[in-house]
Structure formats: C-alpha cells, structure tokens
Write a new protein. Structure first.
Length: 764
C-alpha cells in the first residue's frame, strides 16, 4: 500500500507514548466524574431530571425565552387581616401573600387609607410581633369588610364568624359599668350579690379585692369559669367561694391530683364551717366509692386516677358543681382519641350545671392545649372539634418526618390577641402578681403537713444504715432534744441526733418530689421560650440541713433536667459569689439548693419568689434569716414560703418549740408589749404521699448517681452568666454526716427551657 506524501511512519515508541497519554486522560476523567458524584446531593437521584432545578452532566435543557422569565415580576397584592384587638374594636393589618409582590407596609397602609376613606379610623396601634395596624370600632366591621372586598389587589382575611358573633354579643354585657346577662345561664348582679352575701363571714372577710372580683366573675357566668390566676394568688379560695354560692343546689365534686386531696379537704373544712366531718368525703380506693355511703356527702374529693377507675359509679350519681384543679392536665392530643382520665372528666363535666377549672398554666406550651378546658365550659366556642380550633388559631402545618411520614404540627399559633380577648370575655379570668401586688402581703408563709408512709421511713433508715425497727422511735419520739447543736454537746449524742433528723428529712423526699413535680416551676421542661408570668420567670430556693437530703433533691433535679446551683459550707468565697450571680442573672438556672447554716445569711437571692424549708430550722432566727435571702430590699415580687412539717412526728413538737423560743427571744429584744407570740402562718395544708415517687426516691438514694465521685470542676462563667456547656452543682457538707467527702463543684448537664411565648399571648 502506498504511503501518502508527507506522511511519516509512527514508531513503536511514539505509539506506546500515545497509549499512555490516552490511559492517563481516561483516568483523570474518571476521577473527576467520581468526585462530582461524591458532592452531588443523593436525594436528587429521586427527582425527575426535567424538573431538577440544578443542571447535571446529562441535563442541558435551557428554558425557552429566558429574558421573558427574568423580566416579568408577579403582580402586587397583599392580604388585609382583620383581627379583634379589644372587646369593642378590631385591627386591620397588611400581610404578604405567597406568589405576589409585597409593596411594603407604608404603601399598603396608603392603599388601605384610600380604600377605607369612608370609614372613621379609631387609631393606629403597635402589634406585639412588630409593625403597626389600623384600628376600627367593632360596629363598623361590616362596612370595612365590604370596602375591602371592593378594592383590587387586596385579599381579605375575615374574623371567624363564631368569634365575631360571641364578642359582639358579650360587648353588650356591660353598659355604663352595669352587668347585663346575655346568656341563659348568666346571673344578674342583684342575684350575684345575694348569693355572695350568703357565704360564711370568715370566708368573705378573707377575700382580697381582686379575689372578690374573681368570685363575682364566676358567679355572674353561672358558676362556669376558668380561674387562671398566677400561682400564689388564691385560686383555691376563689373556687371554694364560687362553689359555696351554689351549695344549696346539690353536692360538689372536686377532682385534683392525688397528692392534693388532703389539702383540699383542709381548705374545705376551714372555709365551710357548717360542714360536719362526714360532709367531706375523700376517695382513696374502690372501698371509698360514695355510692356505698348511707348518707350523701356535701363534698367529694377524688383524684384523676380514681375518677377513671370509678367512672361508671360517679356518672350514675348527681353532681351540681364540678371543680377541676390543675386543669392543664386536660390538654389536647393530636390523636382522634383522648386518654381515659381525660375522658372521665369530660363525661362528668357534661352532666354538671356549674363547672370551675383552676390552673395557673392552662396552656402548657401551645394554644392547642386549651381546647378541652374551654369546650367544657362553653361547647363550640372555639369550634365543633379540636381540629376546627387548630385550623383557626394554631396555624396547622404539615411536616415530613425523617422516615417520609407526614404529620401535623400544632405547636404554632395565629390570631392570639383575638383568642385572648375571646377567652377573657367569655370564660377565663387571669391576674398576674404584678397586677395585684399592692393588695398582697409581701410575704406569705404556708405550712405543708406531710403525711409520711411507713415504707418511706424504712427507706430513710436503711439509707443511713440504721435499724428499721427503730424507725418509729427515731422519727416519732417526742423526747428528742430537737433544739440546737450546742458546742459542748457530747459528740456521740450530736451524731445520733443528726442521724435522726437526717432520716426524717430523707423520709420527706418522696412526698416533696410529688409536690415539686406539679409545681409550675417544673411543668415547662419541654417549652421553648420564657414568657412573662411563666414558670421560667419564677425561681425557688430550697433550704435544708443535711447532705443526704440535699443530695436526693439534687439527683431529682438532674433527672428532670432543671438547672440549679448548690451552696454549702464546702464552697469557697469566690465560688459562692459566682453561684449567687448565676442564680440571680441566668434565666436557665431556676433553683438554688442552700444549706441553712452556710447559706441562710449573707446572700442576696432576690431573683427567687418561692422559698422552701424541706427541714425545719433549729432556731426561729434561722427562718427569718433564710427567708430574707429572697424577701429583702430590691424584691418587688410576692414571696411564697413553704414549710414542710412531717405529720405525727417530732417535727410537730419542734414547731411548737420554735414558737415558744420566738416568744422568749422577741420579749427580750422587743419588750413584752411588742413580743412576737408565734410565727405568722397564713395557711396550713395537708399533703399525702401517694407512693408514686417512692420507688424513684429509693433509686435516687440507694444507687450512685452520675455526679458522685467525679473530680471537682471550676465554674465556667461568661460575663457572670452560666455557660451553656457547664452547670455548677455544689455538693453539701452542711451536716455532721459527710457522705461525699470531696467535691465542691461538679458538672451536671441538664436541659432547661421555658414555656412557649405563645402561652403568654393566649392567657395573659
């Protein structure tokens, strides 16, 4: 074959070099492709190539007429949201609409002004979430609505018809400050005054002005209301007064957490002096079923659990008034069916004429929680079903889970100002402490008589290595010299007394845990933000003497995810100051565990508005000194003081001795004329441990916890605030029984969060 002119023969070496270059190029291309695949989102494999927003190596589709797509903008349009903002007015707010251009707030208001020029504008207002809104009288609603619908470029979001209808009707309830009933069950003021006037004189004289307003609110509405006052404002007293107004009509049923049954019985006996012992019946088990009684009691107190177990029997009986304490337990679930305990309460509520709900936190973390409580009082007020309510006020969204499942999210809220007005006008009354502070005493002491269980006493003795057979003698013996640890006291007797008192403190822990678990400060662990008046804005000091007692509380708080500080005699001066600053200024730290001897004086803890004495102080001066850590100059809040006293134990004798000692000391200092006769107590309540927390307490006290035997760690503070990656936990050495030798500060990771701000907007 002839060779072409100018063509040169390729040598073997050149051919080999060409093959190597080709192989290198292919390898390089392969590596580039594999690198691109590693950076490619794997989920794009499931998308249609044609619809994929990102071009790939195999998708070179170019949109037709790209210049037209880039230059054409969506038309301008906004939504005018109409929302009730007071009992006699509503607001109009411009809101952006998806798929349309939002011209801006100022231009939208100019267009609204032109559109509504024929309607008299009341004023402009600042919205809670930012921005402003124009306000009109409620009577001009239909005129505003027609004008907006005739304007182009404005989409109208109307007030829900049911809400508007109720608010408009209730707006006529007060004319010239005179109450005019607008519903069949409502009661005129003449009858209200007559019913309130029939209450016992001691009860009437004990009502503060704002509490009397709460009673009047409930009686006017036929005894159907939700009292949502902040904790410590006397919701129980108001409920008893309202129920007392209708007591002649029939029996009262009180449903409350099991641990509060004795407290309710004590309050009812105190404020209803006409009731005999058999008139107030407490249900502890099936054998206490009121149906078995020969004489029908005037008041029956039952727990949520026992109401469920005796549901059939309780429904067969006739109740005229139902009081539900801690009604936030009736919160909604997303499921179509509710819990059995909730169903039992709802079934009884349908049959009663008067219904009183009590809760300082009616909506625990989201507006959706409140539906059942309101629907019990006024069926259909928020919608026929909880899902109707969610569509209107909960901003329901569909969220795709990690496994591809789609579920509904009810945690948000919309039109919350309107919802708040609706609730307050119809069924709910709520006051915060700062609103009624001038009417309140600056300091309120309450004795909580804790009924101990034999199993708790035995556990306490076992924890300290004492004989269980001597438990009764050690804790109940009234000959114990429960005075003070004198410097010259025999060392053996000193340790023996310390062990006895420590055992008594440990025996109180299960009941105290149950009380603390239902306290509002513990009920917002799953929330997100702190709102005014929420548990996240409250702080508590827990005083105790013995290391084991504080250790048990510390383990309980760690388990619940509540951040805290702990101060005792092992804490150095600098760490002591850092702990105080952390408690005072850190929103996450809500509880301070303090040894009475080491922290009962010299500390400024005015951030706290609750003080707990888990063990009785040895001297009356210790009480005042410890109380004044919170109740001192600069404190603007009411301080609630809870003193735990074990019933039928040496605690009762010691309490009498404290009062006698106070009289002697004050007579010496103040003179006989100005002597203080006894420690002033506002109320005494009984607390019965149900045993639910006993097993948990046993585990906490007998098993080593995570923070024990860990090396000491320094406080990690940043600008006087607790850093999020460290939590100071100060181990006690406050008694003569050292349990953890070393360890001044230890880290205990705890999760702390606050109830959603949505709650504040709904109930405040």
């Amino acid at each position: 074959m002839e060779r072409l002119v100018g063509e040169e023969e390729i040598t073997e070496e050149q051919r080999k070099r060409a093959e190597e270059n080709r192989a290198a190029a292919l390898a390089k291309r392969k590596s580039i492709l594999s690198l691109n695949q590693e950076h490619t989102n794997p989920f794009r494999l499931f998308k249609c190539r044609k619809l994929s927003p990102h071009p790939t190596t195999t998708n070179f589709a170019v949109p037709k007429n790209p210049s037209i797509i880039n230059t054409v903008e969506p038309p301008e349009k906004f939504r005018a949201r109409l929302e009730i903002c007071s009992p006699d007015s509503f607001s109009v707010t411009p809101v952006a609409v998806d798929g349309f251009t939002f011209a801006g707030e100022e231009l939208c208001f100019e267009k609204l002004t032109d559109c509504l020029s024929s309607v008299e504008l009341s004023h402009y207002t600042q919205r809670t979430g930012g921005g402003k809104a124009c306000v009109f009288r409620l009577g001009d609603y239909q005129l505003v609505l027609r004008s907006l619908k005739n304007c182009k470029g404005i989409e109208c979001e109307e007030i829900p018809w049911g809400t508007f209808n109720v608010i408009e009707r209730l707006s006529h309830s007060f004319i010239a400050d005179k109450w005019i009933p607008c519903r069949p069950e409502y009661i005129p003021d003449e009858k209200v005054d007559e019913l309130i006037g029939e209450l016992p004189e001691t009860l009437l004289n004990s009502l503060l002005p704002f509490q009397l307003d709460g009673v009047r609110f409930g009686v006017r509405r036929g005894g159907r209301c939700l009292i949502a006052d902040e904790m410590g404002l006397g919701k129980t007293l108001q409920a008893i007064a309202i129920a007392g107004c209708f007591m002649k009509e029939g029996s009262i049923l009180v449903v409350c957490p099991a641990i509060l049954r004795y407290s309710w019985a004590e309050e009812l006996e105190r404020w209803f002096p006409f009731c005999l012992p058999n008139d107030i019946h407490l249900v502890f088990g099936h054998h206490d079923d009121p149906a078995r009684l020969s004489k029908r009691p005037k008041v029956v107190v039952i727990s949520y659990t026992m109401l469920r177990r005796l549901q059939k029997s309780m429904l067969e009986q006739e109740w005229i008034t139902l009081i539900v304490d801690e009604s936030h337990h009736l919160h909604c679930t997303k499921k179509s069916s509710e819990k059995d305990e909730l169903k039992a309460v709802l079934d009884v509520a349908v049959k009663v004429k008067h219904l009183i709900l009590l809760s300082g936190t009616p909506s625990l973390s989201r507006p959706y929680d409140i539906f059942h409580q309101v629907n019990m009082l006024w069926p259909g007020l928020l919608g026929q079903t909880k899902y109707d309510f969610a569509k209107t006020y909960c901003s329901v969204k569909f969220i795709k889970g990690c496994q591809g499942k789609v579920f509904q999210d009810f945690s948000k809220g919309i039109r919350l100002e309107e919802l708040n007005i609706l609730l307050k006008q119809s069924v709910m009354i709520r006051r915060l402490k700062e609103h009624v502070l001038p009417q309140l005493p600056p300091k309120r002491r309450q004795i909580i008589n804790l009924v101990l269980r034999r199993s708790d006493i035995n556990l306490a003795m076992e924890t300290l290595g004492l004989e269980s057979d001597d438990a009764s003698a050690d804790i109940d013996d009234e000959t114990v010299p429960h005075e003070t640890f004198e410097e010259d006291q025999d060392s053996y007797m000193k340790k023996k007394l310390s062990k006895r008192l420590s055992a008594l403190g440990i025996a109180k822990l299960p009941g105290f845990f149950e009380w603390l678990s239902i306290h509002p400060i513990m009920s917002d662990v799953d929330g997100e933000e702190t709102w005014e008046g929420s548990p996240g804005s409250h702080k508590m000091i827990i005083f105790s003497y013995h290391h084991k007692v504080l250790d048990g509380v510390q383990a309980f708080l760690c388990e619940k995810g509540i951040q805290f500080v702990r101060i005792d005699c092992n804490v150095t001066g600098s760490d002591r100051h850092s702990a105080v600053q952390t408690f005072q200024f850190s929103k996450e730290v809500r509880i301070a565990l303090i040894g009475i001897r080491s922290g009962g004086s010299g500390l400024n803890l005015t951030a706290a508005d609750s003080v707990v004495f888990l063990e009785l102080p040895l001297r009356p001066a210790d009480i005042q000194q410890a109380e004044d850590r919170a109740h001192r100059h600069g404190q603007k809040k009411l301080v609630n003081i809870y003193i735990f006293c074990a019933k039928d134990t040496v605690d009762e004798l010691h309490w009498r001795r404290l009062n006698g000692s106070l009289l002697r000391v004050s007579s010496t200092v103040n003179g006989k004329r100005d002597a203080i006769r006894e420690i002033e107590i506002e109320s005494v309540s009984y607390l019965e441990s149900t045993g639910i927390a006993s097993e948990k307490s046993k585990k906490l006290m007998t098993e080593p916890t995570e923070y024990k035997d860990k090396p000491a760690a320094k406080l990690k503070l940043q600008n006087s605030f607790l850093s999020r990656d460290s939590l100071p936990v100060m181990l006690s050495g406050d008694s003569d029984i050292p349990v953890n030798g070393d360890g001044v500060l230890n880290e205990c990771n705890a999760i702390s969060s606050s109830r959603s701000k949505l709650h504040s907007e709904v109930v405040n």
